[in-house]
Design a protein around this ligand. Structure first.
Ligand code: UGA
Length: 435
């Protein structure tokens, strides 16, 4: 089957490469000529484990190509995916749909044969209806179908998530849409992956409800961690103790500095805006957003407390800046609020991140970037492990102690064992494990 993927950003590129891997003939389209040129030369615009090899393999097999020319690239495609950004609109938090609508219009103007237009971008409920309206107004052929097919990829694990998903959700209003989408994902149904067919609006809600629920789960365990600190419990034991109940499940119960990234913060806000528009308040999600926002700066204050309540003139080593490991993405990373809180209190910050430093430089001009973890630690009055990159999981603790000015270690991801760290001579502070 021929597939066109409009938008070669994170979602488009991963989805396009994986669909080509299924055996489809895929063209990834983008307006950004520099990006297309890079891709044609095998240079990935983002860091995602396994992506460069997957792209190279499928390009070599002749199943994956790149184009900046939407009008010609979409011709003959049975499915045309829209995978462009839907950032938070400045000022009001609504999802900005201008890119999605611009693609719908351009597709409508140029499409010669009916096709299935698949919304992969994360869009508020009702967007599919508007895309259908725009397509028809701009002259799309009769019979063109609009389908919602939300993505559930995690950065850093996106290829595995695409190839072995828990489920695929397809929101379609007609048989043409359902049939073409069943064909797109046929290779997965061989491994018994569940495909859930719903209405278009239900699929749109599923995407936001899923992310909001996961954000709630994280925020819930984060507050339990705070309680554990007060009452002398261990949040990891609590997470395990509740997670073994199948109705709760063990995943997304790692306490930490608060969720960040390009999805949860933006999607929870957009969902709240939809709720407001329809006068159907989502009070739990509202609380989650507030609690998470407050938490990030509170984590900065946790480091200041570890320094004895005074950060002025003190040097803090931050290990990890990205919102999670295996990505170079700094969007809404808790590290930003943590660094700002420290800087506001007069601390000097030296940081190292395996992939995020380029992005971080622009966002955090007050932070000095080091060439490695030990370089960052040298002369530090406190060390804060902010992102759980593998590179920080097995630090040479003797060396750390020798290099640092004071052996104060704030572990925001509970990577290390408190007893071992204390035995090794550290003042060790973690999340939800200290009384
Ligand atoms: C998230 C969802 O997990 C994907 O299913 C979804 O497709 C994606 O958003 C999206 O909407 O595109 P992602 O943002 O890549 O994926 O990252 P996650 O692994 O979900 O982590 C998000 C944040 O939550 C990170 O800051 C992470 O550190 C934090 N987190 C996650 C915790 O603090 N504790 C946990 O137990 C899990």
């Amino acid at each position: 089957m021929k597939i066109a993927m409009v938008g070669s950003g994170y979602v488009g590129l991963v989805s396009g490469a994986c669909l080509a891997g299924f055996g489809h003939e895929v063209v990834c389209i983008d307006k950004d000529s520099a990006k297309i040129e890079k891709l044609e030369n095998g240079i990935m615009p983002i860091y995602e484990p396994g992506l460069a090899d997957l792209v190279a393999e499928n390009v070599a097999a002749g199943r994956l190509s790149f184009s900046r020319d939407l009008p010609s690239a979409i011709q003959g495609a049975s499915a045309i995916f829209i995978a462009v950004g839907t950032p938070s609109r400045r000022g009001d938090g609504h999802a900005d749909l201008s890119f999605v609508y611009a693609v719908a219009e351009e597709v409508g103007r140029n499409l010669k044969e009916p096709a299935v237009i698949v919304d992969k971008s994360t869009v508020p409920v009702g967007t599919g209806d508007e895309v259908a309206r725009i397509l028809s107004l701009s002259g799309a052929p009769e019979g063109t179908s609009v389908v919602s097919n939300p993505e559930f990829l995690r950065e850093g694990a996106a290829i595995g998530d695409f190839k072995q998903p828990d489920r695929i959700v397809i929101g379609a209003e007609d048989d043409f849409g359902r049939e073409v989408m069943a064909e797109v994902y046929r290779p997965l149904t061989r491994n018994q992956t569940a495909i859930l067919f719903t209405s278009r609006r239900s699929a749109e809600v599923i995407k936001y409800a899923g992310n909001a629920f996961l954000a709630t789960k994280i925020t819930f365990i984060n507050e339990m961690a705070d309680l554990c600190e007060k009452v002398g419990g261990n949040v990891q034991d609590v997470a395990r103790g509740i997670g073994l109940d199948n109705r709760i499940g063990p995943k997304f119960l790692h306490a930490g500095p608060g969720y960040g990234g390009s999805c949860f913060p933006k999607d929870t806000l957009a969902l709240l805006k939809t709720a407001e528009d329809y006068e159907s308040p989502l009070r739990i999600v509202e609380a989650v957003v507030k609690v998470n926002e407050t938490r990030k700066r509170a984590m900065g204050r946790k480091i200041i407390e570890a320094l004895g309540g005074q950060a002025r003139g003190k040097r803090v080593a931050m290990l990890g800046l990205t919102f999670k490991p295996n990505t170079d993405d700094m969007r809404d990373s808790p590290a930003i609020a943590i660094a700002q809180t420290l800087a506001d209190a007069g601390a000097e910050i030296v940081a190292y991140d395996p992939e995020g430093m380029e992005e971080a430089r622009a966002l955090l001009p007050e932070v000095t970037m080091a060439g490695g973890a030990y370089e960052a630690i040298e002369g530090a009055d406190a060390i804060a492990l902010v992102t759980e990159w593998d590179a920080f999981r097995a630090l040479d603790l003797d060396r750390v102690k020798q290099l640092a000015t004071a052996p104060i270690f704030v572990d925001m991801r509970n990577v290390y064992n408190p007893d071992q760290m204390k035995a090794a001579g550290f003042t060790y502070i973690s999340v939800g494990r200290d009384s």
